[in-house]
Design a protein around this ligand. Structure first.
Ligand SMILES: Cc1ncc(COP(=O)(O)O)c(C=O)c1O
Length: 482
C-alpha cells in the first residue's frame, strides 16, 4: 500500500476538476473512436440524455422501490420494453442489474436453485457451454459451486451442438448459447441448443449481453439474423445489456425469464434481521438510481426509430471495416460475424505485434487467444474513423512484415524463452515472466505486449499464468507507474 493519506484540507472545486481532466490524458481516447471495446457511442445527444438523467437520479437508491416509486416504474418499463424486443410474451418477467456479469451470475444462481428444487438427486450441477461463452459464466460457476463443461466450437466459431449433446450428463442443469459471442461476433445456433435443452428437460440461457439491443434492430433493417430469443421454444432466460448497444449509462443490464416461476429461484429474502425484513432480486444491495433513470430516459429518447438509425450506421461501419481489413495483405476476419463484433487474425504475421503497432498509433484493440486475434466491437463512434483506422492497420501490418532489429530481437527472445521455459521447474516460470512483464511496464498495460503474449502462449503450465494474472489484478489497486 502506498503511504497516501486523505488531504488534511480539501481542494477547491476548479482545481479538482482540472486535476481530473489532467488525469485523463493517458486514458484511451474513446471520444475520437479509438476504443474497440469498453465504450459504446451513439452520439453526443444520446450521451447528454444519458448523463443528465443519471445526474438527476444521482442520489436515489433503487434498493427500495417503495421509497422511490418513480424508479420502480422506470425499471418495470425498461424490463417490459426489453422483453418485448426479445419476443417475450405476457408471462415474461425480469429485473435490471448492474451489467452483463450480474445478469449472468444471477441466471447461473437461479439455475442452481431451480435444480435444487426440481432435481434434488443432483448434488454437483453442471452447465454445458461452448468455449466462447463469456468468463462471467466461469465466475458464476466459481462463486456458486457449479461445474462448467466446455464444448468446442465448429470451424465457423459457432457452438457445436452435437458436442454439447455429448457433454450432457445426468448432472446437467443448464445449456448456454451466445448471441453473439464476444470473441468472434457469431451467433450460436440457439434454436438447436434450446431444442436440445427442451428434449432433455434442461434450462437454456441465451447470453445476448452484446446483441440484445442490437440484433432486433439489425433484423428489422433486413440483416439475416437467426432467431435467438424467446421466439425460440426452450429458451428459458436471456441477458441483454443496456450499457452496450442500448447506449445507456454504465451499470445497466436486463435479465429476463420466460416466466415468474423460473425467476423465483433468483430472489433473496431474509425475514429475521433486527433492521427489518430484507429482500432483493439482484446481487447488489444499494443500486444506483441513476443507472435505472438513464436507461429509461435513453430508451424513451431514441425509441425504435432512433435505435434503427444507429443500428444502420453501426452495421454499415462494421461492413466497411470488415471489407477494408480483408483487403489488407496478410490480415483476415475470423469466421463470418453476424453483427458488428469481429476479430482480426493473420496466418502470416504476428497479430499481437500488429496490435502493438496499432497501440503505438493510439488505437485500443483487445488481444484475444485461441486463435490469436485482435478484437473489434464497432459502434457509431467509429463511423468517422474508418479510413484512418484502416490506413493505420495497413501501415501496422506493413511495419510488422519488415524485419527490424526490434522485431528480430523479440523473435529471438521468444524462441529462447520457449526453450528455457520448457526446461525450468514450476514456480520459476512465474518469476521469469513476472520479471519480464514488470520490465515491460507491468502494473499498467504496456504499449508493446506482443512478446509478453507470445511468452504467455508458450507457458507450459497455465496454472502459472493464472497466478500471474491474479498478481496483476492485485497490482491494479496501486497507481500505475508514471
Ligand atoms: C457476450 C458477453 N456477455 C457478457 C458480458 C459481461 O458484461 P459486463 O462487462 O457488462 O459485465 C460481456 C462483456 O463484454 C459480453 O461480451
Amino acid at each position: 500500500m502506498t503511504s497516501l493519506h486523505l488531504p488534511s484540507i480539501g481542494m477547491p472545486k476548479d482545481e479538482l476538476l482540472d486535476a481530473l481532466k489532467r488525469a485523463r490524458t493517458r486514458d484511451v481516447n474513446w471520444r475520437e473512436g479509438r476504443a474497440f471495446s469498453l465504450v459504446f457511442q451513439a452520439g453526443e445527444d444520446v450521451y447528454e440524455v444519458a448523463k443528465e438523467a443519471y445526474a438527476m437520479y444521482f442520489s436515489e437508491n433503487a434498493l427500495n422501490p417503495g421509497a422511490f416509486p418513480s424508479l420502480r416504474r422506470f425499471e418495470a418499463e425498461v424490463v417490459a420494453m426489453t422483453a418485448a424486443l426479445l419476443g417475450g410474451d405476457e408471462q415474461a418477467v425480469g429485473n435490471m442489474t448492474s451489467g452483463g456479469t450480474e445478469s449472468i451470475l444471477l441466471a447461473m444462481f437461479a439455475a442452481r436453485e431451480w435444480a435444487r428444487a426440481n432435481h434434488p438427486e443432483i448434488d454437483a450441477p453442471e452447465v454445458v457451454m461452448p468455449v466462447t461463452g463469456h468468463p462471467a459464466f466461469e465466475k458464476a460457476a466459481h462463486y456458486f459451486g457449479l461445474k462448467i463443461v466446455h464444448t468446442p466450437v465448429s470451424a465457423d466459431f459457432r457452438a457445436d451442438v452435437e458436442a454439447m449433446r455429448a457433454a450432457i450428463t445426468p448432472n446437467t442443469v443448464l445449456l448456454v448459447g451466445s448471441a453473439p459471442s464476444y470473441p468472434q461476433g457469431v451467433i450460436d445456433p440457439i434454436a438447436d441448443i434450446a431444442s436440445l435443452a427442451r428434449e432433455r428437460g434442461l434450462l437454456c440461457h441465451v447470453d445476448a449481453c452484446v446483441g440484445g439491443l442490437m440484433l432486433p434492430f439489425a433484423r428489422k433493417l433486413g440483416y439475416p439474423i437467426p432467431d435467438f430469443d424467446f421466439r425460440v421454444p426452450g429458451v428459458t432466460s436471456i441477458s441483454a445489456d443496456l450499457h452496450k448497444y442500448g447506449y445507456t449509462a454504465k451499470g445497466a443490464s436486463v435479465l429476463l425469464y420466460r416466466n415468474k416461476a423460473l425467476r423465483r429461484h433468483q430472489i433473496f429474502a431474509y425475514t429475521e434481521w433486527p433492521g427489518g425484513i430484507y429482500a432483493s432480486a439482484g446481487l447488489l444491495g444499494t443500486r444506483p438510481g441513476g443507472a435505472v433513470a438513464s436507461a429509461w430516459a435513453v430508451m424513451q429518447y431514441l425509441g425504435e426509430e432512433g435505435y434503427l438509425a444507429i443500428a444502420d450506421d453501426v452495421m454499415q461501419t462494421a461492413r466497411a471495416i470488415r471489407e477494408g481489413v480483408e483487403r489488407i495483405e496478410g490480415l483476415r476476419i475470423l469466421g463470418n460475424p453476424d453483427i458488428s463484433v469481429m476479430a482480426i487474425a493473420s496466418d502470416e504475421l504476428d497479430i499481437y505485434q500488429v496490435g502493438d503497432e496499432m497501440t503505438v498509433r493510439g488505437w485500443h484493440l483487445d488481444r484475444q487467444q485461441y486463435p490469436a486475434s485482435l478484437h473489434l466491437t464497432v459502434h457509431r463512434g467509429h463511423k468517422h474513423v474508418v479510413e484512418r483506422f484502416l490506413a493505420d492497420l495497413a501501415a501496422s501490418a506493413a511495419q510488422v512484415r519488415k524485419p527490424t532489429p526490434r522485431r528480430l530481437a523479440t523473435d529471438i527472445a521468444l524462441a529462447a524463452s520457449r526453450f528455457i521455459m520448457r526446461a525450468l521447474p514450476e514456480g520459476w516460470v512465474s518469476r521469469l515472466v513476472d520479471g519480464v512483464s514488470a520490465r515491460m511496464g507491468g502494473g499498467g498495460l504496456p504499449k508493446r505486449s506482443a512478446a509478453m503474449y507470445g511468452m504467455m502462449g508458450a507457458l507450459p503450465n497455465r496454472g502459472d499464468l493464472r497466478e500471474l494474472v491474479i498478481d496483476l489484478v492485485e497490482s491494479f489497486t496501486e497507481p500505475p507507474p508514471s
